[in-house]
Design a protein around this ligand. Structure first.
Ligand code: DP6
Length: 359
């Protein structure tokens, strides 16, 4: 292990948007959810995290930079992910560079981590999802850990729940699991990105400001105070998961859109049912819902699905390219960026996947 070498790995991971939402934990430390959830992984060209992890005997402590600014690694979530991957590290040998790291050496080696998001951090665009998925993936490659994507997803989950779903592309399900230790709370791919490739995603960045209530504290308060959440987790989501899996399998856009919009609306209803209530959407978000609902009703069959995470930004999924271009025309007419609408910009991209992340 001696010498003046640096071993580096770079990975790129897209974010994901839930169409059946995760909201509420049954275990805060292990990050175990109260229900299953389903997401689409986005196109890495538009919303992704790029992370480089480096190891060298000359590093004297673990350090991390996010978007160029050093941040603390003291948080329990980073430490959980690092610990889990370190415990799975294997021998690494790179003859060309003269690097030889034995399994036991990893405990004493320190890491430098640099991570960049190409989208607003913590503005309800699931930055922690891409961030932790990318970190875990890159560390696993660096340390030659032999885990498969599903096992890695259970580690990324301990960084941020939604991160487990970003380890796969296409349509992904996070199975809540039953085990106390969380080993069976992991992500599986329902269908790859080629399965339903006419869908186009348009995101209206209504605000790129940091949200006031983080997902973590918001869902804690919901679990403590909302009766509606109990009904949702027990009665509503299990049925919707089955229906959504069926809609994805059959590329049934009408059911997909109906389930996606209803689930987003119920998630925000659950936030309102929290004491004190949590407001993630704003007037522009509500107006976007009205425009889409009116359009869908006038066509008789849904053309566009909408969904909102813990922030006011609208994620819209159009049934095909032609509909996406009509949607964009309508949006630009009703919500021109930077006018009184308070709207920032639009991000347009096909849903896509984490291939074998670019290294
Ligand atoms: C509204 O995964 O950010 O985006 O597990 O506390 O880190 P923590 O929360 P996080 O929550 C995401 C919530 C959501 C819905 C979803 O992605 O399913």
């Amino acid at each position: 292990m001696a010498g003046k070498w640096v071993r580096m790995v770079t990975a790129q991971t897209p974010t994901n948007i839930a169409v059946i939402k995760y909201w509420g934990k049954r275990d805060e430390t292990l990050i175990l959810p109260v229900n299953d959830s389903i997401s689409v992984t986005l196109d890495p060209a538009h919303l992704c995290t790029t992370t480089t992890v480096a190891v060298s005997p000359s590093f004297d402590q673990d350090r991390m930079w996010l978007n160029g600014k050093e941040i603390s690694l003291a948080g329990g979530r980073f430490q959980s992910c690092l610990k889990e991957i370190r415990s799975r590290a294997c021998d690494v040998e790179d003859e060309e560079k003269g690097i030889k790291i034995a399994k036991k050496d990893w405990e004493n080696l320190h890491l430098h981590i640099a991570s960049y998001n190409n989208f607003p951090t913590a503005a309800g665009l699931a930055s922690s999802a891409a961030g932790f998925a990318c970190l875990v993936f890159a560390l696993a490659k660096l340390m030659n850990a032999k885990e498969d994507q599903s096992q890695l997803s259970a580690i990324a989950r301990q960084g941020s729940g939604s991160a487990c779903r970003s380890l796969y592309g296409g349509f992904v399900k996070w199975i809540m699991g039953k085990d106390e230790d969380g080993r069976d709370s992991l992500a599986v791919q329902l269908a790859d990105e080629k399965h339903w490739d006419d869908l186009v995603i348009i995101i209206a960045v209504v605000s790129s400001r940091q949200k006031e209530t983080s997902s973590t504290s918001g869902m804690r308060e919901t679990v403590e105070t909302s009766l509606l959440l109990k009904h949702r987790a027990k009665e509503v989501v299990p049925k919707r998961i089955v229906q959504m899996e069926e809609a994805i399998k059959n590329r049934d856009f009408a059911s997909f859109a109906q389930l996606t919009c209803s689930d987003s609306n119920q998630f925000h209803a659950v936030c309102l049912d929290t004491s004190p209530p949590i407001f993630y959407m704003n007037d522009t978000s509500h107006r976007i819902i009205s425009v889409v609902e009116k359009w869908n009703r006038s066509e008789g069959v849904p053309q566009v699905a909408y969904t909102f995470d813990a922030g006011p930004n609208a994620v819209m999924i159009a049934r095909d390219r032609k509909t996406a271009s009509l949607l964009l025309q309508r949006l630009l007419f009703h919500f021109p960026p930077n006018a009184e609408t308070d709207l920032n910009s639009y991000i347009i991209g096909d849903k896509s996947i984490l291939q074998d992340a670019g290294i």
